[in-house]
Design a protein around this ligand. Structure first.
Ligand SMILES: [Fe+2]
Length: 185
């Protein structure tokens, strides 16, 4: 799969103003796709262990990543508007960070099965590796590393906090399909 396939999957790439940052995000996805023999990016599931538990077969990674990106941008725009000049954040980092936050899953699952990367490294260390190899700034690796409670690294920058919260609510929207009490799943 090519750069064009990544651009088609993620139209939000066009919102990244910095050319190098946009190219790095595309490079991270293209590298992960090639290394993990992904034929159809749109067919990659969101989170197989949870999907099996909740019997939610029709949830996909691309949709989730786009949900997270839209939610993170909406939160950022709302706070920028509400707080007028009293908030400074880098919207490019929010968009780029949201777009790469789960790139790790391409290595962690083979269709609906967990791989050795998942069982031996866990989420989302492969993503940190791919993002660093793509030459993206360390802030992007930090967004990936701190977006999940599976690591001990908490968000240090507002952009990482926005992506983490957007990911939580987007994941809750999926889990909510399978329960009437989010505490149970
Ligand atoms: Fe996610």
């Amino acid at each position: 799969m090519s750069e064009d396939a990544v651009r088609t999957a993620f139209p939000e790439l066009e919102a990244i103003e910095d050319d190098d940052l946009r190219a790095g995000v595309i490079d991270a996805w293209v590298t992960a796709i090639a290394e993990n023999d992904i034929d159809d990016l749109t067919a990659v599931p969101w989170l197989p262990p949870t999907q099996r538990e909740l019997t939610l077969n029709d949830e996909y990674l691309v949709t989730h990543v786009r949900d997270v990106t839209a939610c993170a941008v909406a939160l950022a725009e709302t706070l920028l508007e509400r707080r007028e000049g009293a908030l400074s954040l880098d919207m490019d980092t929010v968009v780029a960070g949201a777009l790469v936050h789960d790139v790790s899953k391409l290595a962690e699952f083979d269709e609906m099965d967990e791989t050795a990367v998942y069982s031996l490294l866990g989420h989302p260390y492969y993503g940190v590796h791919v993002v660093a190899r793509a030459g993206l700034p360390v802030e992007l690796a930090h967004v990936v590393l701190s977006h999940t409670s599976r690591t001990t690294v908490e968000p240090a920058i507002i952009e990482a906090e926005l992506v983490k919260r957007a990911d939580e609510i987007a994941a809750a929207a999926i889990r909510w399909r399978a329960t009437d009490d989010l505490r149970t799943v």
